[in-house]
Design a protein around this ligand. Structure first.
Ligand code: AMP
Ligand code: MN
Ligand code: MN
Ligand code: MN
Length: 281
């Protein structure tokens, strides 16, 4: 049986493997295909594709879009994205700039709390990255401002903390539309991490389907067999396809491995074939 991983991150966002290292690792793990799905960027895709040719791993161009629907944070993975879609690039560029402004505000807030971190330090430590709170926390720890990244979130930059600034986000409707217009496949990523009631999970799946959503992530490292089964039932009920992957980030998510997640994840190649069939329709 051949296996795949349709949800992975590289250094183009907050992963610790470069796109090439990630693809080489996928070949070591004997994965037949991976999708590179960095947060709000396609910047790593060209490198990953080139590495895919070299190591004999099929690489799908993707991105994971952070969206918000009525204060609920929803992640939508786009697969089979063209790298030259003007509309997607424009939107991602806008989001990147919005992040810069937000990071500046968070650093100013931290300064008020007596923590001195500059944009220059962030850029120096994390060149060519989309800089998120995960990076700010890492730097706070490195500089000894906090004992751990968790402390950074608990005391300063977590959602309800003093230095936190809300992120500008796309709506899921716009995101699903953008992906569809570009000829890609849209996936509701890790639906259970939204921690909605069963009723609201279904309502959301139904709503996303009306926007044109193609698939839902049924295979995910934190899923128990019953969870996967539950998501499959929802997919069936609302006419959605299935996707799945590890959400691999390298060493920032210890114990979570490419392809196999926490040990028992296995996404058959067939999942990718079914998604491709959706594209052909
Ligand atoms: P951002 O997109 O800038 O809001 O940052 C989100 C990232 O921060 C996530 O991808 C996580 O890696 C990390 N993160 C968010 N909340 C926490 C938390 N409570 N503890 C540790 N990491 C977190
Ligand atoms: Mn991440
Ligand atoms: Mn996510
Ligand atoms: Mn992810």
């Amino acid at each position: 049986m051949r296996y795949i991983d349709l949800h992975t991150h590289s250094t183009a966002s907050d992963g610790t493997y470069t796109p090439s290292e990630l693809v080489r690792y996928a070949s070591e793990k004997e994965l037949a295909a991976i999708a590179l799905t960095d947060h709000d960027t396609l910047d790593g895709v060209a490198e990953a594709k080139a590495a895919g040719e070299k190591y004999g791993v099929r690489v799908i161009a993707g991105a994971e879009f952070s969206t918000v629907y009525e204060k609920i944070s929803l992640h939508i993975v786009g697969l089979f994205l063209p790298e030259n879609s003007k509309r997607i690039s424009e939107r991602l560029e806008y989001m990147k700039n919005a992040r810069l402004t937000r990071n500046e505000k968070m650093l100013a807030n931290l300064r008020e709390e007596g923590i001195e971190i500059t944009m220059e330090e962030l850029k120096e430590n994390f060149p060519d990255r989309i800089i998120s709170r995960a990076h700010i926390a890492q730097l706070m720890q490195k500089k000894g401002c906090v004992g751990s990244k968790n402390e950074a979130f608990d005391r300063y930059i977590g959602d309800k903390c003093k230095a936190y600034v809300e992120k500008e986000s796309l709506t899921p409707e716009e995101t699903v539309g953008l992906i569809k217009e570009a000829g890609g496949v849209s996936v509701w990523a890790h639906p259970l991490l939204c921690k909605l009631s069963d009723k609201n999970t279904e309502k959301m799946a139904e709503r996303l389907k009306t926007y044109g959503l193609d698939a839902i992530e049924a295979y995910y490292p934190t899923h128990k067999p019953a969870d996967t089964k539950y998501i499959k039932t929802i997919a069936q009920k609302y006419g959605l396809g299935l996707s799945g992957g590890s959400d691999f980030h390298g060493s920032i998510k210890p114990g979570l491995d490419l392809g196999t997640g926490y040990g028992d994840l296995a996404v058959p190649y067939e999942v990718l074939e079914n998604i491709e069939n959706k594209l052909k329709k």
